[in-house]
Structures are given as C-alpha cells and as structure tokens.
Design a binder for this molecule. Sequence first.
Ligand SMILES: Cc1cc2nc3c(=O)[nH]c(=O)nc-3n(C[C@H](O)[C@H](O)[C@H](O)COP(=O)(O)OP(=O)(O)OC[C@H]3O[C@@H](n4cnc5c(N)ncnc54)[C@H](O)[C@@H]3O)c2cc1C
Length: 246
Amino acid sequence: MTKIISYQRPKNIEEALSLVCQDKHVPLAGGTQLNANEDTEPLHLVDLQSLALKGIDRSNGKLKIGSMTTLHEIMKNSDSPDLIRLSSRSELPSTLRTLATIGGTIASGDSDSQLIASLLVHDAEVTILKSDGELSVPLQEVLSKPELMDSGIILSIDIATDGESRLEATGRTPADTPIVAVATRQCSDGYRMAITGVAPTPVLVDPENPTVSLQPTSDFRGASEYRIHLAQILASRTLNLLNGEN
Ligand SMILES: Cc1cc2nc3c(=O)[nH]c(=O)nc-3n(C[C@H](O)[C@H](O)[C@H](O)COP(=O)(O)OP(=O)(O)OC[C@H]3O[C@@H](n4cnc5c(N)ncnc54)[C@H](O)[C@@H]3O)c2cc1C
C-alpha cells in the first residue's frame, strides 16, 4: 500500500498544479490504483476531487470527458459511444467503477485496459496541464511517453463519436480480465484497431496486419505465441462483425 506522507485537497487548478510540480507529489483521483499500490515509496497525495474536472460534453461531433469522470458515469452516459460505455463497464467491478476515473485509467496505462483500447480507436486526445501551459496529445503518444504526464494534471479527453465499433475478447472465464481484447472502429476513412494484453500498454495496430510488430511477454495467463494467436483471431472476428459476416 502507498505510504502517504501528506494529503491535500486544493480548491483550484493553479494550487493543484503548483503542488504536483513538487517532489513526490502525485494527483489522487479515485484512489483504486494508488491505494492498492504495493510500491512503498512515500508520496504526497494531491486530491483532485474539488476541482471542476468532472462531466461529459458534446460539441462539434466530439465528446469531451473530464478527467475526474468515473467509469460508472461514462457507462451511464447516453452520449458516449457504445464501445466506450461497454468497456467502462467491463473494466472493473461495480464497487471500483464508481470510484475509478478516466484520468486515473489513462495515467495507469494498464496493458489489459479495454477502456484504453476503446479510447485509442476513438481517436482520443488527452489535454494535460503543465507549468508551461496546456498541451493536447494523441493518447497513443501519452502511452508511449508517460513522462509527458510528469508534474502535470490530465484535464480532459476528447474522442470522436462517429462510426461503428466492435470489441472481441478472450479471458480465462467470462468475468475475468481478458488475456487479449481487440477493439475495432470503422469510420469514413477506414478502420482503427487496438489490442490489449500484447504490449506494456494497449496499442494501436495496422488492421491489415495487426500482429506484425508485436512481441507479447508470456505469463501464467498466456504464452507469447498464444497471445499472438488470440490477437489474430479476435482481430478478424471484429472485422467480420463490422462487415456483417459471421
Ligand atoms: C481490484 C483491482 C482491480 C483492477 N483491475 C484493473 C483492470 O482490470 N484493468 C485496469 O486497467 N486497471 C485495473 N485496476 C487499476 C485501477 O483501478 C485503474 O487503473 C483505475 O482506473 C485507476 O483510476 P483511479 O481514478 O482510481 O486512479 P488513482 O488510483 O487515483 O490514480 C492512479 C494513477 O493515476 C494518476 N492520476 C490520476 N488522475 C490523474 C490526473 N487527472 N492527471 C494525472 N495523473 C493522474 C495518479 O497519480 C496515479 O499515479 C484495478 C485495481 C484494483 C484495485
């Protein structure tokens, strides 16, 4: 469990930013990962709950999701694309969904996150506040360069809402976190495809050759070769479903 040196709940974003810029100060969102963390490095927690970072707004065909919006709130929001609602639901059990936030999910970058894979195929852009201003970065870049979030606060996530999407997954049991999951979205300029369980974070891949650059790590849930096999089968299944084939 995280060793907490101090807890602070800033009332405005400027105060929050000046705190997270200090050594060993980290943002606290839902706390589901921070409180379960086995890393015993002492941390100062900067609770974001009093900042206005919650809510889902639609504008210009896009959806802006505040970073403190919980997975439960996304699941219940009728403006959210079906794939985003479905993956918010399957990410965590109901007791944690009401606490865990989209900002915390992105910052955690869990390899098995179906929500992150779904956000990737919905062209998610992450807005991060840093001491030198705001930057908006494609989610894929945030995942490959987590240092972009150092001493920063994720403010919101913008996603495209058009197109049709499918998610196919294989787990040890239906309720278990999938070993591999594939999310695919068909939109006017082609397909986007993202895969979980095959790299340190969920990754966007080429839908025509989804496993070409993947080198998954083997673990007790599945060998590397098995994960590649699953990714190929699930990828073609999502494409078949989108094309109306069985
Ligand atoms: C029993 C259990 C099962 C879990 N299963 C899964 C799972 O199946 N899949 C999965 O992906 N995760 C899983 N997790 C991990 C965790 O629940 C998720 O990653 C969760 O979504 C984190 O969100 P949070 O709001 O609780 O983040 P927190 O725990 O509050 O924070 C997590 C990290 O994100 C940072 N952070 C939070 N908000 C921001 C922000 N706005 N800006 C910058 N940094 C921020 C924090 O500093 C911290 O480093 C599980 C956790 C538990 C306890």
